[in-house]
Design a protein around this ligand. Sequence first.
Ligand code: BJ8
Length: 422
Amino acid sequence: QEAYREMWENLNLDIAAHDGLLGVLGKFYGDIYMSQQGRLKGMEYLDFVLSEVHGLRIKELQDAKAQGRKIIGTFCVFVPEELALAVDAVQVGLCAGADAGKEAAETLVPRNTCALIKSFIGFKLARLCPYTESCDLIVGETTCDGKKKAYEAFAEHAPMYVMEVPQTKTESARALWKAEVLRYMARLEELTGRKVTTEKLAEAIKTVNARRRALQRLNRLRAAVPAPISGRDVLLINQVSFYDDPIRFTASINTLCDQLEERITAGEGVAPKDAPRVMLSGCPMAVPNWKLPYVIESSGAVIVGEESCIGTRNTRDLTDESAQTLEEMIDALCERYMKIDCACFTPNAERLDNVETMAKDLKVDGVIQYALMFCQPYAHEGIKVEKRLTAGGVPSMSLETDYSMEDIEQLKTRVEAFLETV
Ligand code: BJ8
């Protein structure tokens, strides 16, 4: 850590508070991750990346900056990473999953704002996030009300750019989205002084698709009984996918999948064959939000799917790679991104179909709807999702929580009661 101190000072982090944060994070990681039995060798890569999350990866970002590349921060899977890669920028996810700087955050956004929003604002105001501090541009999006109003406030503290994401999937909404993709592309070209060319964009589309394919492969392997990998580990993989180098990450996940295949062939699993198979559905769980998965898996169940943006919503759909011209590629990108079934859309019927299909494919015994407190979109849809699942004979329950540790026991009691019914 000493080696990185100067870098953190240059990023103007609050060094004492940051040391404290890393200490807590390390302990938390040890308790939740390193205590697991029967982990795959390939997870060592993830352990390494996480241990260097504020170290080596930040150093890489600084090196990229020194070479004239720009760093783009995002909060939502709607921001097309392909465009950033096509101008040689590095894109990193800035969503945060820990309580930090809460009091300061509440001077910018109301108290009844979801923990995810308060967290990224808190990390910024408390000067704790080296990713945020490394960004040349931070891209927000008009999704839920909480986020879009928060970006207005955040813009007073960071170089913000906001994409307008439509709320419906009508023809006019699609036209708006295409206009917004082009406007964003122009902003990136202006920021970097580089042009998006057909070659660059085709390569970027392939890179991001390859990462999605590796994660799709990982998810398919989880259909095996017994489950070959814990839900905690897959959540971590999904979380890391937002800030690691995409090519290196993809290669590591494919190696891990090879090991999973061997394990499946050998009939081995991380949990007994009859352990309840649970799927999570709802709000994204940003790093280091591992609370609920830990509660579920320490209650004897195994999580076999995450129907969330830090999960399959980000990896399910690929961009068509057959486009030849720049215009066709942009259309292919627009089409792919408009398939995202975020609860911010109205109506959003395709999500119900997607949840049901996923629950069946993964042979789940039950689904846990996860909503962050004060998240209107996912709390609303939780009601609909539950109805659909119940009609299809899949048990489901809804939980609302935040990032505090105060309700751990209460969550455990509710999860255990649910597991007895599945
Ligand atoms: S595409 S899910 S990443 S918006 S939890 S901030 S919705 S109040 S995160 Fe999301 Fe993009 Fe949609 Fe995905 Fe608001 Fe809810 Fe908070 Fe949320």
